[in-house]
Structure formats: C-alpha cells, structure tokens
Write a protein that binds this ligand. Sequence first.
Ligand SMILES: Cc1cc2nc3c(=O)[nH]c(=O)nc-3n(C[C@H](O)[C@H](O)[C@H](O)COP(=O)(O)OP(=O)(O)OC[C@H]3O[C@@H](n4cnc5c(N)ncnc54)[C@H](O)[C@@H]3O)c2cc1C
Length: 509
Amino acid sequence: MHETTCDVAVLGGAFSGAATALLIKRRHPAARVVIVEKAEVFDRKVGESTTEVSSCFLTRVLGLTQHLGHEQLAKQGLRFWFARSADEAFDECVEIGGKNNSRLPGFQVDRAKLDEHVLRLACDAGCELWRPAKVSRVDVEAKTIEVSVGEEKRILQAKWIVDATGRVALLARQLGHFRPNTEHPINSLWARFRGVKDWDGYELRSKYPRWAEATRAGRTWATNHLMGYGWWCWIIPLQGGDTSVGLVYDSRLFQPPEGATIAERLKAHFAKHPVGREMLSEIEAVEGDQRAYSALAYHSEKIAADGWVCVGDAAGFIDPFYSSGLDFCAFTSSGAAVLICRSLDGEDVRAAADDFNTRFQFCYRAWFEGIYRDKYFYMGDAELMAVAFLLDIANYHLGPVRQVFSDPACMFEAFPFDGTPGKVVRCILRFFNQRLVALAQRRRAAGVYGQRNAGWRLLVGGFLPDGTSVRLLLRGLSWWLRAEWRDLFLRVPAQPAPAIAPLTDTSPR
Ligand SMILES: Cc1cc2nc3c(=O)[nH]c(=O)nc-3n(C[C@H](O)[C@H](O)[C@H](O)COP(=O)(O)OP(=O)(O)OC[C@H]3O[C@@H](n4cnc5c(N)ncnc54)[C@H](O)[C@@H]3O)c2cc1C
C-alpha cells in the first residue's frame, strides 16, 4: 500500500478545509499539507448568503475581494415578509429590512465557484491535493488515515488531522462525539429556480408604485425571507440568474406540503404566501438541483485534542437563519490553523486544544440559546420578529462584527461569547429570546398571533458596529416593551394552544 507522511492532513477540501489549509500554509510555508477531497468537482450547495462576519473573513483574511467582485454578487442585507393570511394583498404584507443598501460588505455566493477558488488558492500556496479521494478510516491515536483514490488504497500519516468533512462529521461520529440537537428539530428542502420575478423591475414598480418607493435599497440583491409560524423561506439570487430558494421548518410546529418532487412541494408552499405567490409563481426548477436535509442541528462534544481538530460543519451546525454557518467555519478554521502552527513550531498545545474545545462548546450553546432556541414559535408574528430583528442584529454588530473588524488578522481566533462579557451577553440574549417565545405562545393561545402582519414596514437606516447599532438596540427594546404592554391586555384561555399548526398556515389562529 502506498504510504505518505505529511505535517497536516485535511479531510475535505471545501470551504473550511481549503481555508484552514491555506491559513496554515501562509503561516507555516514549510509545512507539508495534504488535502483529501472526495468530490471530483464541487456542486452548488447551501451556504450561499454571507454575513458581515464571514464577509470580513472572505475579504480581509482570505483576500478574496477580486473573486467576490467578479464572480459573485454583492448582497444587500436581509428582508423579511409577513402576511396576516394567505389572501393578503401583496403590497400590504409587512416588510422588515433596510432603508438603504448595506454599508458593510456581504455576498451571495455560488458555493461551487467559491469553494473551487479557495481550494485553488490553497494548492497555489503549496498544499497537495488528492482528488477525487475518499477517506475511509482514521486512527487518531496512530495518526493514520486510510484513503481510497480510485481503486488504489493509500495510507496517509500526519502529525495533525483536520476534519473538514462537513455534516459527514467523520471524526465526531467515529469517536462517539456526535450529538444531534434534539431541542431544535429543524429540517430543510431547497432547490435552484429560474424565473423568479425581479423585485426592482418595471413590472412590480408599475403594479405597486407605493410599494416600490417605500425603500431606497435594491430588494433584488437582498436575502429575502418569507415568514410563517414554524417556518421560513430564503430567496437568494445567484450570479448568472438562478435563484436559490429553500424552506426551513421546525417539525414540532409545521410540516411542508406533500408533492412528487422537492420543487413541487416548495412551489405548493410558496403559493400560500402572498409574497411567494407574486414573486415565485413563474419559477422553474433547475434540473437535478434539489435537496432535503433533516435534523439540521448537531455538534461534536469534542472538537480538538493534541493531533486532531474539527472545523466548519464537522464541528457543528445550529440553524441557517441569519446565515451564520460560514461564521462558524471562519472561527473554527482560524483557531485550528493557529493551534496547528503553534504545535508545528514545537509548542505543547494540549492545554490550548482543551481551551479551544471549551470555548467552542460555550459559544455553540450560547448562540443556540440566545438566538435560535424555540425561535420558530415567533417567526410568524411580524411584531415579535421586529423585536428580534432589532435586538439580534444590533447585538451581532456590537459583538462579533465589531470584534472581527477591530483586527481581522487576530480576532477570528476568539469565539463570540468568549470570557466574562460573553457569559453576561448570553444571559441577556437568552432572556429576550425566551420572553419572545412566551409572548408568541400567549398570542397563539389568545388567537391574535400574527394579527398585525399587514399594513406597515420597519425599514432601518442600516446596522454598523458603532453607535448606530446602539440606537437600533434601544429601538428594539422599545418595540419589546410595546409587545409586553399589549400582552397585559390579552385574554388567554386556560387551555394552551395545540402545538401542531395547520399545514402552511400563515394566518392567526
Ligand atoms: C439549509 C441550509 C442553509 C444554509 N444557508 C447558509 C447561508 O446562507 N449562509 C451560511 O453562511 N451558511 C449556511 N449554511 C451552512 C453552510 O452550508 C455550512 O456551514 C458550510 O457549507 C460548511 O462548509 P464546510 O466546508 O465545513 O463543509 P462542506 O461544505 O459540507 O464540505 C465538506 C467537504 O468534505 C468532503 N468530504 C466529506 N466526506 C469525505 C470523505 N470521507 N473523504 C474526503 N472528503 C470528504 C465533501 O465532499 C465536501 O467537499 C446553511 C446550511 C443549511 C443546512
């Protein structure tokens, strides 16, 4: 059997694997880094909308501005659409989003192109690529990896093993560290479509002039979201004209319609939301580009030890809402690269690996509890989501966004929620999130959930990592107090509302 030794073996050559390999090679040019990638070419996957944090990583750490400008699309923030009922008028639907285009960079990325580009940069920097090559077994004690390259079996002996196999989470599963997040039972269906209407085009501008003039921002390049009780949909434009459209739902609250194909099921669902009906009525699915995943949320109980580390989705995943997947890839890849380079320099990094692991576990839990836990209970109520939008996004800008922009070269090594301030912020965010869940449940029980999902817009000037976000945070608090005030006058029957909602229900009970 063919046997090769190297300093670092990276299992999986997509975004997290290629980025980690590239960072190691830049810091430690002498290191021999071998990347093992199963796919002969990357396909389009999810993870197409970047945040301010992941965009900072892409532009200021990896240095991809040219690629992003020429090959991908500039993203114009987030936009959320709510309806009181399925037959609401399109221009009466509540809109939450930006009044202006974004001031910090963001991108809508075709992952097949992005991942190929980062992998090419890693190879140009001197990494060795085995592809198509599948890792079949890893022995972390002996630091050996069995790889199939076509019919040939190879053994790779490495000082460090980086697991970047995504949801396959090879090491977590093999070592018994894989933990599904059963408190967060979310699932997703998605496809790419042609024929989504142009949000800023002549047809809609002439049909709904008041609607068109409501914002100075381009709606087309935003990540648009349709919202409902227990579910949300993303609409992400891609360079070249296709649009990625997907549905994420909490199976405790919602089940998508049945249908012969994923695209048919999605279309049946969109037809029940007034904005979906208007924008997506003429769509056609791109052949062979439809997927479904269940049980999206999970994490690995241990992501690092002396000699191995997990990065990106191989370490864990919480929820695609707000698009923080690539943020986690950026933080874990940066931290792993530093850990490995220190070890290659001769330092004993056992304590550092333990610390990396402890901080990741805290961050995962804090992010989950502070932002996502039971959020699907209030996703269909525009007023409660307006509170969440203002508080979540303002906090994000004052926390992680400010952190990484303050020193992009170093601050990706720290996880959000690190240290004592992180513990305090976790408690505050958790309180507000759970309060919104409680308010939503009481609104459902009283039959007024989503009752104000028509006739208004919340369009904000834009979030920045400075005093602007402090003002938006205060605005979020005032919206929250108003929701609490309204709650005082609710007539809630003694019996709680049934947990399971009718199919594709966007309306109040
Ligand atoms: C529905 C949904 C929507 C999402 N939307 C967003 C979004 O808008 N924005 C965002 O930032 N994130 C989003 N995410 C998260 C994002 O998709 C992931 O965080 C990201 O793709 C993870 O990248 P990765 O490189 O860690 O893993 P992957 O991209 O999964 O790459 C893993 C690689 O490992 C290779 N591999 C696997 N097994 C082996 C093996 N045995 N041998 C060799 N190679 C192997 C695979 O071929 C693959 O290339 C979304 C996730 C979901 C589920």
